[in-house]
Design a protein around this ligand. Structure first.
Ligand code: N01
Length: 546
């Protein structure tokens, strides 16, 4: 795990060694650029290195939750089940790092503290948290969209005498819940995956729920070898389909009509069919579930009835039923989540009606009572999209920080989610206002990495020294992103999509909802027009090209 390719002045510095950073390193090395990556963790994996909580598994199906750029990697790797668990994804990324010999370009256990653009040198000065300084022409972030964990600032937070963990920073050694009283705060994807697994082991599990989630069954199963053989034989076709799809998945809209066009009986039949199939396809049952309130209510009500049928205690069932628009927050998949509330050793506490008042040395106090706990699990999510970038002191032209630029309350943030005006030669892999987390993320990562690689090659060929988004192009993109999002129900519900989960965070909508295929087309057109929506300066003459 040592790095033998360390340089103080390289073409490109990449942050992160997850899906994004690994491919970026490979793409640039293949193109003959010198590249140095930094990773805070001791090994590759990114969020899959850190998210080791019980039950951690991806919601994207395994056969498409991988790189597609290399036929060799596709043929040499074999997934075991429909939804990959954390350990298997980590093993996959380690396999890729070995196979492509990537570790030699990555310095592990090193956090980048600051990245400052030097206008005189037209270079990025990069500072590690250990005081090391490097320079690079290009600065590329592959920091993940959901890597800056959020632990709410509860009164008495540090006073707890038991063990406390955030799902996103789970210890490597097994946490033993046997005979323990466990409290879990948060019922998003992480909390919902962890709950059934912890409940099986703990003496007692108390789930502290603020907003109930709509969860539909994952229905994981081991892959049939014959199916995998066919997948590998047909991967060129699969690759093409997912790269140009709406969300980077193989599943598409099941019924390309409004939910309201069907009779209640037909609708139930359709929902039932997709419910039985499992996976993320439920939100795709009809074409208007995310845009029409009445259509959405038919799906929401179907799930509420399923919860009511599953959970035996009607009072608990009622608390578990959400009332906002289904899928306006990130939809969740589960394995036996609702069933878990039928266990004797599981209690649900609604912290909307009895809020958490403080963390105490013995446990957690709500407005109604103190819950004594041995272990406290924070499944309280992330400062999404911008949070991981703000952890680094990134400064562009005139010393303006990214944080200052983005937190001034306006919508304008990025151009294509890849670049931002005032920060020349900086690229963000799956940055804010790109499809990122509203897609099968590795597919969006690949598209960004390839676009950035192509752009850098173009610059080298043309003798271009700097590239920087034009302000008007950025304004138009941010506006377009927000207008598209406003046509959906997603902007009408508080969630991490809108920044509402973090106290003081400016609201907006941080994801491009127009779809992976459409987005790819737009990015390709920008390149085909020789990046005319960017300000470009030539190496020698230092005059603007456009
Ligand atoms: O985080 P979340 P997550 N008091 O933000 C609650 C991806 N992911 O880690 O809804 C009490 O969804 C909060 O309540 P509320 C996926 O994209 C994928 O679960 O804000 N509760 C909520 O219930 C996912 O969407 C996978 O009212 C508080 C919970 O904490 C994203 O990561 C697996 C609180 C946070 O839920 C984030 O998921 C895991 C407070 N002060 C994650 N503050 C898979 O692919 C927050 N909460 C399977």
């Amino acid at each position: 795990m040592t790095n033998t390719n360390k340089g103080v002045n390289v073409d490109a510095i990449v942050i992160g060694a997850g899906f994004a950073g690994l491919y970026m390193v490979h793409r640039l090395r293949e193109a003959g650029f010198s590249v140095q990556a930094f990773e805070a963790a001791p090994d590759v994996g990114g969020v899959w290195y850190a998210n080791r909580y019980p039950g951690a598994r991806c919601d994207s199906e395994s056969i498409i939750y991988n790189y597609t750029f290399s036929e060799e990697l596709i043929q040499e790797w074999t997934w075991t089940s429909r939804f990959p668990e954390q350990a298997e994804i980590l093993k996959y990324l380690s396999f890729v790092a070995d196979r492509l010999d990537l570790r030699r370009s990555i310095q592990f256990n090193t956090r980048i503290a600051a990245a400052h653009y030097d206008e005189k040198q037209k270079k990025w000065l990069i500072y590690t948290d250990e005081g090391e300084k490097l320079t690079a022409k290009y600065f590329i972030t592959g920091v993940g969209c959901l890597s800056a964990s959020n632990i709410p600032n509860f009164k008495g937070l540090t006073s707890f005498q038991g063990q406390a963990y955030h799902t996103g920073h789970w210890p490597h050694e097994k946490v033993d819940f046997t005979g323990k009283r466990v409290g879990l705060i948060g019922t998003g994807s992480s909390g919902i995956q962890a709950t059934p697994v912890i409940a099986q082991e703990a003496e007692h599990l108390t789930v502290f729920q603020r907003t109930p989630a709509y969860s539909t069954p994952a229905r994981n199963y081991p892959y049939d070898p014959e199916f995998l053989k066919q997948v590998k034989e047909n991967y060129a076709d699969i690759r093409q389909k997912i790269r140009w799809s709406k969300m980077g998945y193989l599943h598409t809209i099941v019924n390309d009509r409004s939910a309201l066009e069907d009779s209640p009986e037909q609708r139930n039949e359709e929902y039932e069919k997709i419910w039985e199939r499992g996976g993320l396809g439920f939100s795709q049952t009809y074409n208007d579930l995310l845009v029409d309130e009445a259509a959405n209510e038919t799906a929401s009500e179907f799930i509420r009835l399923k919860i009511a049928e599953t959970v035996k205690d009607p009072k608990v069932a009622e608390k578990l039923q959400p009332s906002y628009y289904y899928s306006a927050k990130r939809p969740v998949l589960d394995t036996n989540y609702y069933e878990t509330f039928n266990r004797e050793n599981v209690t649900l506490i609604d912290v909307k009606s009895s809020p958490i008042v403080e963390v105490t040395p013995k446990g957690l106090k709500t407005s109604e009572q103190e819950h004594e706990l041995d272990i406290l699990v924070f499944a309280t999510g992330y400062d999404a999209m911008t949070g991981p970038l703000f952890k680094i002191d990134i400064r562009g032209k005139n010393g303006v920080s990214l944080k200052e630029k983005w937190e001034d309350g306006t919508q304008t943030r990025t151009y294509l989610g890849l670049t931002t005006a005032g920060f020349p030669n900086m690229f963000m892999i799956t940055g804010p206002e790109s499809p990122s987390v509203l897609s099968n993320v590795p597919i969006s990562i690949e598209q960004h990495v390839e676009w950035i690689g192509d752009c850098m090659e173009h610059m080298r060929e043309q003798g271009i020294e700097t590239i920087e988004a034009k302000v008007e192009a950025e304004e138009a993109w941010s506006k377009h992103c927000f207008e598209l999002a406003q046509k959906t129900l997603m902007t009408k519900v508080d969630s991490w999509y809108t920044g509402a989960n973090i106290e003081g965070k400016s609201r907006g909508f941080l994801i491009y909802v127009g779809g992976v295929g459409e987005y790819r087309k737009i990015c390709d057109e920008v390149a085909a027009k020789n990046y005319e929506s960017f300000n470009l300066t030539l190496k020698t003459e230092k005059i603007p090209l456009s």
